[in-house]
Design a protein around this ligand. Structure first.
Ligand code: ATP
Ligand code: MG
Length: 267
Protein backbone atom coordinates (compact mmCIF):
# COMPACT_ATOMS: atom_id res chain seq x y z
CA UNK A 1 0.00 0.00 0.00
CA UNK A 2 1.27 3.45 -0.78
CA UNK A 3 -0.44 4.99 2.26
CA UNK A 4 -1.14 8.41 0.82
CA UNK A 5 -3.82 10.30 -1.06
CA UNK A 6 -2.77 12.72 -3.75
CA UNK A 7 -4.59 16.06 -3.58
CA UNK A 8 -4.08 19.54 -4.94
CA UNK A 9 -4.29 22.49 -2.59
CA UNK A 10 -5.76 24.80 -5.22
CA UNK A 11 -2.82 27.21 -4.95
CA UNK A 12 0.27 25.42 -6.21
CA UNK A 13 -0.11 23.21 -9.25
CA UNK A 14 2.00 20.43 -7.75
CA UNK A 15 -0.03 17.74 -5.99
CA UNK A 16 1.02 16.97 -2.44
CA UNK A 17 0.64 13.64 -0.68
CA UNK A 18 -1.49 13.60 2.44
CA UNK A 19 -0.67 10.81 4.85
CA UNK A 20 -3.91 9.62 6.46
CA UNK A 21 -3.62 9.79 10.24
CA UNK A 22 -5.54 6.53 10.73
CA UNK A 23 -5.77 3.68 8.23
CA UNK A 24 -7.70 0.51 8.99
CA UNK A 25 -7.44 -2.18 6.32
CA UNK A 26 -9.28 -5.50 6.39
CA UNK A 27 -9.58 -5.50 10.19
CA UNK A 28 -11.15 -8.69 11.53
CA UNK A 29 -11.92 -9.42 15.16
CA UNK A 30 -13.33 -12.54 16.77
CA UNK A 31 -14.37 -13.09 20.39
CA UNK A 32 -14.39 -16.82 21.08
CA UNK A 33 -16.23 -18.30 18.12
CA UNK A 34 -18.10 -15.11 17.25
CA UNK A 35 -16.69 -12.84 14.59
CA UNK A 36 -17.62 -9.26 15.50
CA UNK A 37 -15.70 -7.26 12.86
CA UNK A 38 -15.49 -8.22 9.19
CA UNK A 39 -12.88 -6.62 6.91
CA UNK A 40 -13.23 -3.10 8.28
CA UNK A 41 -11.64 -0.48 6.01
CA UNK A 42 -11.50 3.13 7.19
CA UNK A 43 -9.24 6.00 6.19
CA UNK A 44 -9.20 9.11 8.37
CA UNK A 45 -7.40 12.29 7.39
CA UNK A 46 -5.78 14.65 9.86
CA UNK A 47 -8.33 16.98 11.44
CA UNK A 48 -11.28 14.94 10.18
CA UNK A 49 -14.23 14.36 12.51
CA UNK A 50 -15.70 10.91 12.00
CA UNK A 51 -19.04 9.72 13.41
CA UNK A 52 -19.68 5.98 13.82
CA UNK A 53 -23.30 4.96 14.26
CA UNK A 54 -25.44 1.85 14.05
CA UNK A 55 -27.45 -0.61 16.14
CA UNK A 56 -26.32 -2.03 19.48
CA UNK A 57 -23.82 -4.84 18.96
CA UNK A 58 -22.89 -3.70 15.44
CA UNK A 59 -19.23 -3.31 16.43
CA UNK A 60 -18.81 0.45 16.91
CA UNK A 61 -16.98 0.16 20.23
CA UNK A 62 -14.87 -2.69 18.88
CA UNK A 63 -13.74 -0.49 15.97
CA UNK A 64 -12.76 2.28 18.41
CA UNK A 65 -11.06 -0.21 20.69
CA UNK A 66 -9.15 -1.64 17.71
CA UNK A 67 -7.76 1.82 16.97
CA UNK A 68 -5.99 1.93 20.35
CA UNK A 69 -5.50 -1.85 20.64
CA UNK A 70 -7.78 -2.24 23.65
CA UNK A 71 -9.22 -4.88 21.31
CA UNK A 72 -6.41 -6.40 19.30
CA UNK A 73 -7.39 -7.23 15.71
CA UNK A 74 -6.95 -10.87 14.68
CA UNK A 75 -5.89 -9.75 11.25
CA UNK A 76 -5.57 -6.61 9.21
CA UNK A 77 -3.59 -3.43 9.23
CA UNK A 78 -3.86 -0.54 11.69
CA UNK A 79 -1.61 2.33 10.77
CA UNK A 80 -1.30 5.61 12.61
CA UNK A 81 0.74 8.15 10.65
CA UNK A 82 1.98 5.31 8.48
CA UNK A 83 3.32 3.30 11.45
CA UNK A 84 1.90 -0.23 11.67
CA UNK A 85 0.39 -1.26 15.02
CA UNK A 86 -1.80 -4.18 13.86
CA UNK A 87 -0.91 -7.62 12.50
CA UNK A 88 -0.41 -6.04 9.05
CA UNK A 89 -1.41 -7.36 5.65
CA UNK A 90 0.25 -10.33 3.96
CA UNK A 91 2.46 -9.18 1.13
CA UNK A 92 2.43 -5.51 2.18
CA UNK A 93 5.71 -3.63 1.89
CA UNK A 94 7.70 -3.53 5.12
CA UNK A 95 6.79 -0.52 7.26
CA UNK A 96 7.88 0.76 10.62
CA UNK A 97 6.16 -1.03 13.49
CA UNK A 98 5.14 0.73 16.68
CA UNK A 99 4.63 -0.51 20.24
CA UNK A 100 1.60 -0.30 22.48
CA UNK A 101 2.94 2.55 24.64
CA UNK A 102 3.65 4.67 21.57
CA UNK A 103 0.06 4.08 20.41
CA UNK A 104 -1.33 5.13 23.80
CA UNK A 105 0.63 8.35 23.54
CA UNK A 106 -0.89 9.13 20.16
CA UNK A 107 -4.49 8.06 20.69
CA UNK A 108 -6.67 9.33 23.56
CA UNK A 109 -10.00 7.75 24.47
CA UNK A 110 -13.09 8.92 26.34
CA UNK A 111 -15.57 6.29 27.51
CA UNK A 112 -19.27 6.32 28.30
CA UNK A 113 -18.43 5.61 31.95
CA UNK A 114 -15.88 8.25 32.84
CA UNK A 115 -13.55 5.81 34.66
CA UNK A 116 -12.14 8.43 37.03
CA UNK A 117 -10.35 7.28 40.18
CA UNK A 118 -12.69 8.11 43.10
CA UNK A 119 -9.81 8.61 45.56
CA UNK A 120 -8.04 11.22 43.41
CA UNK A 121 -9.08 14.84 42.94
CA UNK A 122 -9.80 16.11 39.42
CA UNK A 123 -6.27 17.49 39.05
CA UNK A 124 -4.61 14.21 40.05
CA UNK A 125 -6.95 12.18 37.82
CA UNK A 126 -5.61 14.20 34.89
CA UNK A 127 -2.02 14.20 36.17
CA UNK A 128 -1.78 10.43 36.78
CA UNK A 129 -1.48 9.28 33.14
CA UNK A 130 1.06 12.02 32.50
CA UNK A 131 3.19 10.49 35.22
CA UNK A 132 2.60 6.90 34.07
CA UNK A 133 2.60 7.26 30.28
CA UNK A 134 4.87 10.26 29.86
CA UNK A 135 6.89 9.65 33.04
CA UNK A 136 6.64 13.28 34.13
CA UNK A 137 7.53 14.47 37.62
CA UNK A 138 4.58 15.07 39.93
CA UNK A 139 5.00 18.86 39.79
CA UNK A 140 5.27 18.97 35.98
CA UNK A 141 2.33 16.60 35.56
CA UNK A 142 0.15 18.73 37.83
CA UNK A 143 1.15 21.85 35.91
CA UNK A 144 0.12 20.24 32.63
CA UNK A 145 -3.04 18.81 34.18
CA UNK A 146 -4.05 22.31 35.28
CA UNK A 147 -3.70 23.56 31.70
CA UNK A 148 -5.94 20.72 30.47
CA UNK A 149 -8.56 21.39 33.17
CA UNK A 150 -8.56 25.05 32.18
CA UNK A 151 -9.23 24.01 28.55
CA UNK A 152 -12.41 22.22 29.60
CA UNK A 153 -13.46 25.05 31.92
CA UNK A 154 -12.92 23.17 35.17
CA UNK A 155 -9.83 24.69 36.75
CA UNK A 156 -11.96 25.91 39.66
CA UNK A 157 -12.88 22.26 40.37
CA UNK A 158 -9.30 20.96 40.33
CA UNK A 159 -9.31 20.02 44.03
CA UNK A 160 -12.72 18.29 43.95
CA UNK A 161 -13.12 14.52 44.00
CA UNK A 162 -15.30 12.82 41.34
CA UNK A 163 -18.15 12.31 43.85
CA UNK A 164 -18.25 16.08 44.30
CA UNK A 165 -18.67 16.70 40.56
CA UNK A 166 -21.73 16.32 38.31
CA UNK A 167 -21.67 13.63 35.62
CA UNK A 168 -21.06 16.29 32.97
CA UNK A 169 -18.14 17.71 34.93
CA UNK A 170 -16.70 14.21 35.48
CA UNK A 171 -16.86 13.57 31.75
CA UNK A 172 -15.12 16.88 31.07
CA UNK A 173 -12.37 15.83 33.50
CA UNK A 174 -12.08 12.59 31.51
CA UNK A 175 -11.76 14.64 28.30
CA UNK A 176 -9.06 16.78 29.97
CA UNK A 177 -7.25 13.61 31.04
CA UNK A 178 -7.09 12.43 27.42
CA UNK A 179 -6.20 15.88 26.04
CA UNK A 180 -3.38 16.37 28.52
CA UNK A 181 -1.39 13.63 26.77
CA UNK A 182 -1.38 15.73 23.56
CA UNK A 183 -2.84 12.94 21.44
CA UNK A 184 -3.03 13.14 17.67
CA UNK A 185 -6.41 11.43 17.71
CA UNK A 186 -9.27 11.42 20.21
CA UNK A 187 -11.78 8.55 20.34
CA UNK A 188 -15.14 9.11 22.04
CA UNK A 189 -17.38 6.11 22.80
CA UNK A 190 -20.91 7.39 23.51
CA UNK A 191 -19.52 10.10 25.81
CA UNK A 192 -22.95 11.50 26.71
CA UNK A 193 -25.00 8.29 26.99
CA UNK A 194 -24.61 7.94 30.75
CA UNK A 195 -25.56 11.55 31.45
CA UNK A 196 -28.82 13.11 32.55
CA UNK A 197 -30.25 15.00 29.55
CA UNK A 198 -29.55 18.43 31.05
CA UNK A 199 -25.82 17.59 31.33
CA UNK A 200 -25.36 16.45 27.73
CA UNK A 201 -24.99 19.98 26.36
CA UNK A 202 -21.91 20.92 28.38
CA UNK A 203 -20.05 17.80 27.25
CA UNK A 204 -20.99 18.36 23.59
CA UNK A 205 -19.82 21.96 23.96
CA UNK A 206 -16.45 20.76 25.24
CA UNK A 207 -16.20 18.25 22.37
CA UNK A 208 -17.09 20.99 19.90
CA UNK A 209 -14.27 23.12 21.31
CA UNK A 210 -11.84 20.21 20.96
CA UNK A 211 -13.03 19.74 17.36
CA UNK A 212 -12.43 23.42 16.62
CA UNK A 213 -8.76 23.04 17.55
CA UNK A 214 -8.42 20.75 14.52
CA UNK A 215 -8.12 17.55 16.55
CA UNK A 216 -8.75 14.35 14.59
CA UNK A 217 -11.79 12.74 16.27
CA UNK A 218 -13.72 9.49 15.97
CA UNK A 219 -17.03 9.67 17.81
CA UNK A 220 -19.68 7.05 18.51
CA UNK A 221 -22.87 8.93 19.33
CA UNK A 222 -26.64 8.77 19.08
CA UNK A 223 -26.91 12.57 19.28
CA UNK A 224 -28.12 13.17 15.74
CA UNK A 225 -27.91 16.98 15.88
CA UNK A 226 -24.30 16.82 17.05
CA UNK A 227 -23.45 14.10 14.50
CA UNK A 228 -24.85 16.23 11.67
CA UNK A 229 -22.91 19.23 12.89
CA UNK A 230 -19.56 17.57 13.47
CA UNK A 231 -19.43 14.64 11.03
CA UNK A 232 -17.06 15.20 8.11
CA UNK A 233 -17.25 11.45 7.53
CA UNK A 234 -20.23 9.42 8.77
CA UNK A 235 -20.05 5.65 8.98
CA UNK A 236 -23.05 3.34 9.45
CA UNK A 237 -22.28 -0.12 10.85
CA UNK A 238 -24.37 -3.24 11.17
CA UNK A 239 -23.41 -6.81 12.16
CA UNK A 240 -19.70 -6.04 12.28
CA UNK A 241 -19.57 -4.46 8.83
CA UNK A 242 -19.49 -0.95 7.44
CA UNK A 243 -22.72 -0.81 5.43
CA UNK A 244 -22.45 2.73 4.15
CA UNK A 245 -20.49 5.91 4.76
CA UNK A 246 -20.61 9.43 3.48
CA UNK A 247 -19.62 13.07 3.93
CA UNK A 248 -21.51 15.98 5.48
CA UNK A 249 -25.20 15.78 4.60
CA UNK A 250 -25.08 11.97 4.81
CA UNK A 251 -27.94 11.70 7.33
CA UNK A 252 -30.38 13.16 4.84
CA UNK A 253 -28.94 11.32 1.84
CA UNK A 254 -28.01 7.80 2.89
CA UNK A 255 -29.08 5.19 0.40
CA UNK A 256 -29.17 1.85 2.25
CA UNK A 257 -32.57 0.88 3.65
CA UNK A 258 -30.95 -0.23 6.88
CA UNK A 259 -29.25 3.10 7.58
CA UNK A 260 -32.46 4.96 6.77
CA UNK A 261 -34.55 2.68 8.98
CA UNK A 262 -32.05 3.00 11.80
CA UNK A 263 -31.96 6.78 11.60
CA UNK A 264 -35.73 6.95 11.60
CA UNK A 265 -36.05 4.64 14.60
CA UNK A 266 -33.21 5.69 16.85
CA UNK A 267 -31.59 9.00 16.23
N1 ATP B 1 -14.87 -8.36 25.33
C1 ATP B 1 -15.80 -9.01 24.62
N2 ATP B 1 -15.96 -10.33 24.71
C2 ATP B 1 -16.88 -11.00 23.98
N3 ATP B 1 -17.70 -10.41 23.10
C3 ATP B 1 -17.61 -9.08 22.97
C4 ATP B 1 -16.67 -8.31 23.72
N4 ATP B 1 -16.81 -7.00 23.37
C5 ATP B 1 -17.79 -6.97 22.46
N5 ATP B 1 -18.28 -8.21 22.21
C6 ATP B 1 -19.34 -8.54 21.24
O1 ATP B 1 -18.98 -7.95 20.01
C7 ATP B 1 -20.12 -7.44 19.33
C8 ATP B 1 -19.89 -5.98 19.03
O2 ATP B 1 -19.85 -5.26 20.25
P1 ATP B 1 -19.59 -3.70 20.35
O3 ATP B 1 -19.49 -3.41 21.80
O4 ATP B 1 -18.45 -3.33 19.49
O5 ATP B 1 -20.94 -3.12 19.74
P2 ATP B 1 -21.48 -1.64 19.74
O6 ATP B 1 -21.88 -1.33 18.34
O7 ATP B 1 -20.50 -0.74 20.39
O8 ATP B 1 -22.79 -1.78 20.64
P3 ATP B 1 -23.45 -0.73 21.67
O9 ATP B 1 -24.21 0.28 20.82
O10 ATP B 1 -24.39 -1.57 22.46
O11 ATP B 1 -22.37 -0.12 22.48
C9 ATP B 1 -21.31 -7.71 20.25
O12 ATP B 1 -21.94 -8.88 19.81
C10 ATP B 1 -20.68 -7.93 21.60
O13 ATP B 1 -21.46 -8.78 22.38
MG1 MG C 1 -20.53 0.39 22.11
Amino acid sequence: MSGGTVVTDGVSSAPRTVQPVIELRAINKTYGKTQVLFDIDLTIERGQHVVLFGPSGSGKSTVLRSINLLAEPDSGSLRIDGVEFGPGLPGAAAVKRGGRLELRRRVGMVFQQFNLFPHLCALDNVALPLRKVQRMSKAKAREKAAIALRRVGLIDRAANYPAELSGGQQQRVAIARALALDPEVMLFDEPTSALDPELVGEVLKTMREVAETGMTMVVVTHELGFAKEIGDLNVFMEDGRIVESGPRGFYDNCTSDRAREFLKAVM
